[in-house]
Design a protein around this ligand. Structure first.
Ligand code: AMP
Length: 219
């Protein structure tokens, strides 16, 4: 009998380097050099397990549709995806484990010394538009959300927005552009996720991977 296939979607970039030791703990190793190769789909030491390399925002999409059974994505991407899902009532993803890697914070930020809480209506530039809509609605702030795909820090500097919502790690990027962090929206780290249907159909396989990774990330 052929063994059930399992596809795991990984986030490329800085998260990937920290992800590989966790997969190794679960005895999953890509055959090619995943860090230097330009390939996007990798065979592993297990003929039935494949790895995909995607942008963080696409990992949740592949897992939600079940094209990938499992995935590793930042909590920021999961929050954005869940906020989107609240509109469609479709919640196809389980969050299985906090991997405690790629830790950072999702924050509001703006020009240093120019915070004004008195504005009736603000403009906010971010790539996290769903999180932003929810955040300002809960605060009762009227916010016009402007979608940007990168270099959010420029928006307040150039007068496009009053504030931004972005990922902050050391705060150096904000500082280098004359900005300062304001409010913290959420602590972020990478999470192991699974498609809900895969979780039922491939339960033993997924459970075995989770149980091997859990002791490595605990605490
Ligand atoms: P920093 O200058 O250290 O505050 O880093 C901030 C920049 O790095 C932001 O523009 C983020 O897009 C990116 N960044 C830092 N940490 C992460 C992370 N864990 N996940 C995704 N992006 C991050």
């Amino acid at each position: 009998m052929t063994q059930t296939q399992l596809t795991i979607a990984l986030t490329k970039g800085r998260i990937l380097k920290e992800t590989l030791p966790l997969l190794k703990a679960a005895d999953i190793e890509p055959i090619d050099d995943i860090l230097s190769s330009r390939k996007l789909l990798f065979e592993t030491n297990h003929p039935h397990i494949r790895l995909m390399i995607l942008r963080g925002s696409d990992v949740t999409t592949y897992v939600r549709f079940g094209t990938a059974d499992m995935g590793i994505a930042g909590k920021d991407m999961l929050m954005e995806h869940l906020a989107e899902d609240n509109h469609s009532k479709d919640k196809g993803i389980y969050e299985l484990l906090d991997l405690n890697i790629a830790k950072c914070r999702l924050m509001t930020a703006g020009l240093k010394g120019q915070r004004s809480d008195g504005l009736k209506r603000i403009r906010v530039a971010t790539k996290f538009t769903e999180i932003a809509e929810q955040y300002y609605a809960e605060k009762g702030v009227q916010a016009e959300i402007i979608k940007l795909y990168g270099a959010m820090e420029l928006a307040p500097v150039m007068g496009l927005a009053d504030e931004i919502i972005d990922i902050v790690d050391t705060g150096n990027t904000l500082k280098a552009n004359g900005l300062e962090p304001w409010d913290s929206i959420a602590d972020i780290s990478s999470r192991l996720i699974a498609n809900k249907a895969s979780m039922k159909m491939k339960h033993e396989m997924i459970k075995s991977i989770v149980e091997k990774i859990r002791p490595v990330v605990a605490g």
